[in-house]
Ligand binder design. Structure first.
Ligand code: DX5
Ligand code: ZN
Length: 223
């Protein structure tokens, strides 16, 4: 069974607590938190105070996706704010600092992972695989919700799943961007087990049914 991580980028920020409660009620597995700095990506969202506030209102795991330059500067603060997973882009700093950042996340008892932008090949992840509890493969250019799913990322998903099966089978393979009631099938067929959904989740009339569909092993949710 796959897990669904709704992205609160598409939530109503004036009613975040209400949306989190609804998210819990719909049976979602994780809360995906997109942190953007206006530098690594051309958009700005929110930071540690919002993670801290979310932590106060929910026990769901907080899956914090850092789209920030040189994340080593802030990873410990995000863990202390209450993150359960912190994922960092391997394009955002030198390898030495990325490795050190993963160690710092783990040292505080938090799960750590890396993220690959669409143009980053699977091979670029190799130096980090042993330190990963999660690998996030972007299926859109990071920065905005509501973009079109990039189907050509599926071989990368499959490759990383295969490598991680040999290194750490418990490692999550997550996809993010354009996941909806159609594209989720390909993601799961290629080995993804955590699916982020922003606009499709928040736009769904029946969120519980959408969650079941994404979690299901079969295309039409009959699992
Ligand atoms: C994009 C973010 C995504 C985004 C996904 O940079 O990382 O998490 O919220 O939104 P949808 O599901 O609308 O593509
Ligand atoms: Zn994300």
């Amino acid at each position: 069974m796959a897990k669904i991580a709704p992205s609160i980028l598409s939530a109503d920020f004036m009613n975040l607590e209400r949306d989190i409660r609804a998210l819990e009620g719909s049976g979602a597995d994780f809360v995906h938190v997109d942190v953007m700095d206006g530098h690594f990506v051309p958009n700005i969202t929110f930071g540690m105070p919002v993670v801290k506030a979310l932590r106060r209102v929910t026990d769901l795991p907080l899956d914090v996706h850092l789209m920030i330059d040189k994340p080593i500067r802030y990873v410990e603060e995000f863990v202390r704010a209450g993150a359960d997973f912190v994922t960092i882009h391997i394009e955002a700093d030198q390898p030495q600092n990325t490795l050190e950042a993963l160690d710092r996340i783990h040292a505080l008892g938090c799960k750590a992972g890396i993220v690959l932008k669409p143009r980053t090949p699977a091979e670029a992840a190799i130096p980090y695989l042993e330190k990963c509890d999660m690998i996030l493969i972007m299926t859109v250019e990071p920065g905005f919700g509501g973009q079109k799913f990039m189907q050509d990322m599926m071989p990368k998903v499959r490759q990383l799943r295969a490598w991680m099966d040999g290194i750490n089978p418990a490692c999550h393979i997550e996809v993010d961007g354009g996941v909806d009631a159609n594209t989720h099938i390909l993601c799961k067929e290629n080995g993804a087990d955590v699916l982020v959904a922003g606009s499709a989740y928040f736009g769904a009339a029946d969120k519980a049914a959408f969650v079941k569909l994404i979690q299901g092993d079969f295309p039409h949710g009959q699992s």
